[in-house]
Write a protein that binds this ligand. Structure first.
Ligand code: RP5
Length: 167
């Protein structure tokens, strides 16, 4: 299982309530056989753990961190402040503003400390994982081949699409 090897990707989220969305990042990493770890790290409820996680990420061998959060989503930015490992931010839909607040909190980083920011919700989580996979694939030809194949499957599926008007 991907989780039992030394993790290359860290998937963190502000709450277990983010799992519905963030599970799609984990599922994608699993599909590609990329070892990962997943855990709750809350920026405002576990600030010390958040800093320790970020500070040790590189020495533990993480090549990317996928950080999902909702509301005033400071987790990805604060993690990015403490590590040079690429941070991929996933805005999680929030109760009142549907994740638009999360998106703006994550994407609008001041110059100098980037957070790569993805779409709100499930697509963002899956695409963050695909980007983490692409980062690792820059030095892993087999993984790059898997990514190529994944793209080809999508092309084939799109080409096979039909419309009722033509049937
Ligand atoms: C954020 O607050 C979490 O990322 C979550 O999206 C949101 C709500 O957290 P819970 O109140 O559900 O624990 O920190």
């Amino acid at each position: 299982m991907a989780e039992q090897q030394k993790p290359l990707v860290g998937v963190i989220m502000g709450s277990s309530s983010d799992w519905d969305v963030m599970q799609h990042a984990c599922a994608m990493l699993k599909q590609f056989g990329v070892p990962f770890e997943a855990q709750v790290i809350s920026a405002h409820r576990m600030p010390d753990e958040m800093f320790t996680y970020a500070e040790t990420a590189r020495s533990r061998g993480l090549r990317a961190i996928i950080a999902g959060a909702g509301g005033a989503a400071h987790l990805p930015g604060m993690v990015a402040a403490k590590t040079v490992v690429p941070v991929l931010g996933v805005p999680v839909p929030s109760k009142y503003l549907r994740g638009e607040d999360s998106l703006l909190s994550i994407v609008q980083m001041p110059k100098g400390v980037p957070v790569s920011t993805f779409a709100i919700g499930e697509a963002g989580a899956a695409n963050a994982a695909l980007t983490a996979i692409a980062i690792i694939a820059t030095t892993d030809d087999a993984l790059a081949g898997q990514l190529e194949q994944f793209r080809q499957q999508q092309t084939a599926a799109a080409k096979a699409m039909t419309l009722p008007v033509n049937e």
